[in-house]
Design a protein around this ligand. Sequence first.
Ligand code: HXC
Length: 258
Amino acid sequence: MAYETLIVDVEDHVALIKLNRPEALNALNSTLLGELADALEAAEKNDKVRCIVLTGSEKAFAAGADIKEMADKSFVDMFGSDYFGAETTRLLNNRKPIIAAVAGYALGGGCELAMMCDFIICADNAKFGQPEINLGVIAGMGGSQRLTRFVGKSKSMDMHLTGRFMDAEEAERSGLVSRLVPAKKLMDEALSAAHKIAEKSQLATKAAKEAVDRSYETTLSEGLLYERRLFHSLFATEDQKEGMAAFQEKREAQFRDK
Ligand code: HXC
């Protein structure tokens, strides 16, 4: 399927989705977010796809929501349409692992989009920020909630109140990203992580994603019980038998998602 604002490529069980509005540093407008939700849904439905990588350009993952699209909107426009509400719900409604590969600016909605992915690998030129305060507004796609969970209250408050950018080293140090690599190696690193995930049992990757996500939504005791029950239930799968047999026979497991 051809998109106006995305380039999508499926190869070796990995869907690579590239944001493609270079003239606006991949600013997120309604077309882009709608197409991204469509592309993620298509990847979710495509049996060949076992992992998804979301990326931008070398200069910008995404420089935020499109300020030019928003500037003249009224409260009634924003609230009435639940601006970006439906799109973000659709983005999050995906059971396959999604890696954000971030180079350059990931600001405002761009930072929020990266945080909606399952984990972030960034290049050494990455810059993260929630600079909405400079526009007289605040984060609107989860920044105040997700960044706080990633990096803690003090740093999140600093970022939201001053609008300053965080460089890649600070992002790694504070737990916002899982890996930091030289810019030239970003896509190799992200695709290699995706291929590694694609080799696993999809039943187990779905369970792992659900269990980690649940830790954001519930109490520790409920989360521990949820994890334990998922763990128990995986013993109903052929992939558990195969994985444990392969270990004992000192060979690579051949998972069949059964
Ligand atoms: C629309 C944008 C844009 C944005 C950049 N551009 N960011 N257009 N929305 N968020 C456009 C510029 O207008 C310009 O086009 C082109 O991209 C290149 O940008 P420059 O500013 O010339 O590049 P540079 O000098 O390198 O500066 C890069 C930058 C700066 C630091 C990233 O562009 C910037 O501060 N952008 C805005 C970042 C921001 O405030 N993001 C938060 C948005 S609010 P033209 O044609 O003009 O030359 C948000 C809310 C989310 O995200 C919640 C929604 C529900």
